[in-house]
Design a protein around this ligand. Structure first.
Ligand code: UDX
Length: 441
């Protein structure tokens, strides 16, 4: 088993650290945030992710996983270092902010004295890995013995453990000038997945970096494609959910990621397509990605459309309307509210004069911190009490399974607006409700 470190213990890093230990490796997780490290060492996960806490605790107890704030300790501990810090969008620009990635290299490399590999997992603009390699070697007493490889991460929030333990593919980008030990060491670390015949692609650094942004751009495009069809369906009085089922049976198209609704949000897709456009511009290849601007535009229009639809239901004015918003997270099974379409819509509705009460099964604290001016309820029933309309904006299972009969006595107006096309229109109409979805009658 290999001694590995995980640098940065946010969403990606905490999951990666716990999963590497679960695979039997001896893992040290490092972060500059002492509060976060103390929590993790105590077996607490600072965000909601199914199964993660059990995996974390089990491995801390087994002695395979511990946490520290010391880069010196990290350098002394492992020969494989996974770089897992965030690369947020820069303020006021499309480009990615690389300061955290660079600071890990600057803090770690000077302490590395012998052969070691740093595997970057963060999503970065193409060309970053090669630059970080030069920077790390210049700073480290190990010089040429220090390698930087790229091992992009494809995990989805809500499925992070399964996606890490049983990935659908592994990609390792190697510096073609200094191939070194990075491939062999990665094969040892991922031996379990390789034994299960997981595809293992060894590439150059630039291709590995691009794989990640290309995958996310494709997913974003697929979602915006079906949302553009939803706009057409609205104009032509057709039903986008049936259309998606029908085209999805074609195996070349596939039904997954064809759910029309409020569109994509979260910490990855929106910022990744923007950073990709910015990087393409720097490489004088901006024309290749102009379609992503349209993907972004279609996506943002869904939020505006949801607000318009709500206004339509109230005959043009939201002033004084009492609205129950079900869902704040950017998607179900997550407490993440970064660029959440649900919260964005809730905020816009409030700004147009509605009084908005939000309920989410797991994202309440995060939502309150981001949008303190909205009202928050502690249950579906409390949010819906006295409401003139109920808006389902994140498709949590609990909301999909709602029985109109349970809400009928509570609300003031029987109107339901389905921002994720996740309810059965017939069921709600039969119960005497006015049902409106995005891209369907
Ligand atoms: C995404 C990628 O899927 C993952 O591979 C990558 O590593 C990180 O970014 P994540 O952000 O966790 O993962 O969410 P994902 O499940 O991809 O959903 C993204 C957004 O698209 C959500 O807001 C979701 O509601 C929306 N979505 C998804 C749709 O609107 N329609 C769909 O059909 C699917």
């Amino acid at each position: 088993m290999t001694k590995v470190t995980v640098l940065g213990t946010g969403y990606l890093g905490a999951t990666h650290a716990a999963c590497m230990a679960e695979l039997g490796h001896e893992v040290l997780g490092v972060d500059v945030d002492a509060g976060k490290i103390a929590k993790l060492q105590d077996g607490q996960v600072p965000f909601f992710e199914p199964e993660l806490e059990e995996v974390l605790r089990r491995n801390i107890e087994a002695g395979r996983l511990r946490f520290s704030t010391s880069y010196r300790e990290a350098a002394a501990w492992g020969t494989a270092h996974f770089l897992c810090v965030g690369t947020p969008q820069k303020r006021g620009e499309y480009a990615a902010d690389l300061r955290y990635v660079e600071s890990v290299i600057d803090e770690l490399a000077p302490h590395i004295t012998g052969p070691a590999v740093i595997y970057g997992k963060s999503t970065v603009p193409v060309g970053t890995a090669a630059r970080l390699g030069d920077r790390a070697r210049a700073l480290s007493p190990a010089g040429e013995q220090l390698e930087v490889a790229w091992n992009p991460e494809f995990l989805r929030e809500g499925f992070a453990i399964g996606d890490t333990l049983r990935p659908d593919r592994l990609v390792i980008g190697i510096d073609p000038v200094r191939p070194g030990r990075a491939e062999q060491l990665a094969r040892e670390i991922y031996a379990t997945a390789l034994a299960a015949e997981t595809p293992f692609l060894v590439t150059d650094l630039a291709t590995a970096e691009l794989v990640k942004v290309a995958a996310n751009s494709f997913l974003a495009t697929k979602i915006s494609f079906i949302n553009a069809m939803a706009e057409l369906c609205e104009a032509a009085d057709a039903d986008v959910t049936v259309l998606a089922d029908a085209i999805g049976y074609d195996a070349r198209i596939g039904r997954r990621f064809l759910n029309a609704g409020l569109g994509f949000g979260g910490g990855c897709l929106p910022k990744d397509i923007r950073a990709f456009m910015a990087r393409a511009g720097e490489l004088h290849a901006h024309q290749a990605l102009t379609f992503l601007r349209e993907v972004d535009n279609v996506n943002m229009r869904r939020r505006t459309r949801m607000v318009e639809l709500t206004r339509e239901v109230f005959d043009g004015s939201l002033i004084g309307a009492r609205l129950a918003v079900l869902g704040a997270a950017f998607k179900p099974d997550s407490d993440d509210v970064r660029d959440s379409p649900a919260l964005n819509v809730a905020g816009q509705l409030q700004l147009q004069g509605a009084s908005v009460t939000v309920y989410d099964p797991h994202a309440m604290d995060n939502a309150r911190a981001l949008f303190p001016t909205l009202d928050y309820a502690t249950s579906v029933a409390e949010a819906c009490k006295g409401a003139d309309a109920v808006l389902v904006l994140t498709e949590w299972q609990q909301f999909r399974e709602l029985d109109p009969a349970d809400l009928t006595g509570l609300v003031r107006g029987n109107r339901v607006l389905d921002g994720r096309n996740c309810l059965d229109p017939q069921l709600w109409s039969a119960a005497g409700w006015t049902y409106r979805g995005l891209g369907r009658h």
